[in-house]
Ligand binder design. Structure first.
Ligand code: ATP
Length: 304
């Protein structure tokens, strides 16, 4: 059991409306000290709205948002967080080193310039004007700004958008280094492999509500699907109608099947095609679990 002092941020029954649109419809969310929480969900689910509420940028219409047990607008709470939002609006003419010094000066116990730059991998960019950097380089600088104040909690809203694979991997290891220091991280992302690689806990949102919450493994277990891949001529549409087959799709010479009963489907596959080869069976990843969860949500809404 966690004590309340382990809770660094919290939304309690939060409702947020924009005119007739209910962006958040009673959201509860708790972030513990030292954990990386990934908030997932399709476009418009309410992820950014939840973060804006925790940052005190907007106010709830119902319920309550708390940062370190305080109102998120209190300066004492804000001094303990770092933020990387989707749009940064930073002065384009300042050099990266100047920006880092400026933002660090808002904090009581900031990292040194060198430490922040090394953590975010921007040491070779310090003399460059921010506006002259590539999109991916600017994202890395924004990450450096988020961590330069030695915050206890960092909000990262889709941090790796526009980054190449190498830059993304580097950011992942920097996030892991932050968490190893005891920093908490709230990460929103559309890259499920990112959540799978980094998160201790995942919250899935859709249409302003929390659909599911738990560890990556627990989320996966909610959708006990396996993935079968093999080289076969069998028709994907026909296979998709087999009992216990959730979906079947062709990928070139391969067939890719999702099923809750892999043994049964395998038996039938091997019987149906004696020349089937290159067989692979894997348990479902977060991507399948997520698709399945949000599909159920859509089906319920359509039925209602
Ligand atoms: N300032 C605003 N005025 C009106 N509607 C808004 C405003 N901000 C958000 N919304 C609406 O609230 C809902 C939730 O938006 P939000 O940005 O939180 O979603 P999200 O999960 O972050 O989506 P994305 O993955 O696209 O970033 C959407 O329907 C959006 O159109």
């Amino acid at each position: 059991m966690h004590t309340s002092s382990d809770v660094v941020a919290r939304l309690c029954g939060v409702v947020k409306r924009y005119g007739h649109l209910t962006a958040l419809d009673g959201v509860d969310l708790v972030l513990q000290r030292g954990e990386l929480l990934a908030v997932l969900g399709p476009n418009g689910a309410g992820k950014s709205t939840s973060i804006s509420l925790l940052l005190g940028l907007i106010r709830p219409d119902g319920g309550r948002a708390e940062l370190f047990g305080m109102d998120p607008q209190q300066i004492d709470a804000r001094r303990r967080i770092g933020v990387m939002l989707q749009s940064a609006m930073l002065p384009l003419t300042l050099r990266v080193g100047e920006l880092l010094r400026l933002v660090a000066s808002y904090y009581p116990n900031p990292r040194t310039l060198e430490e922040s730059a090394a953590l975010a991998g921007v040491t070779d960019l310090l003399q460059r004007p921010y506006g002259k950097l590539s999109g991916g380089q600017q994202r890395r600088v924004q990450f450096a700004l988020a961590l330069c104040g030695r915050p206890e909690l960092v909000f990262l809203d889709e941090p790796t958008v526009g980054m190449d694979i190498d830059a993304r991997r580097k950011l992942w290891s920097a996030m892991r280094a932050l968490v190893a220091e005891g920093c908490s991280v709230v990460l929103t992302t559309h890259y499920l492999e990112e959540a799978e690689a980094l998160a201790q806990r995942v919250v899935v949102m859709a249409k302003g509500r929390v659909l599911s919450e738990g560890s990556v493994d627990a989320l996966r277990a909610q959708v006990p699907l396996a993935r079968i891949r093999c080289v076969t001529d069998l028709d994907a549409t026909a296979v998709s109608t087999w009992p216990q087959v959730t979906s079947a799709e062709r990928e070139g010479v391969r067939l890719r099947i999702s099923t809750g009963a892999p043994e049964n489907v395998l038996r039938r596959l091997l019987e149906a095609d004696a020349s089937l080869c290159e067989l692979e069976v894997q348990r479902a990843g977060l991507a399948e679990a997520f698709t399945e969860l949000t599909r159920e949500e859509n089906a319920e809404q359509e039925a209602a």
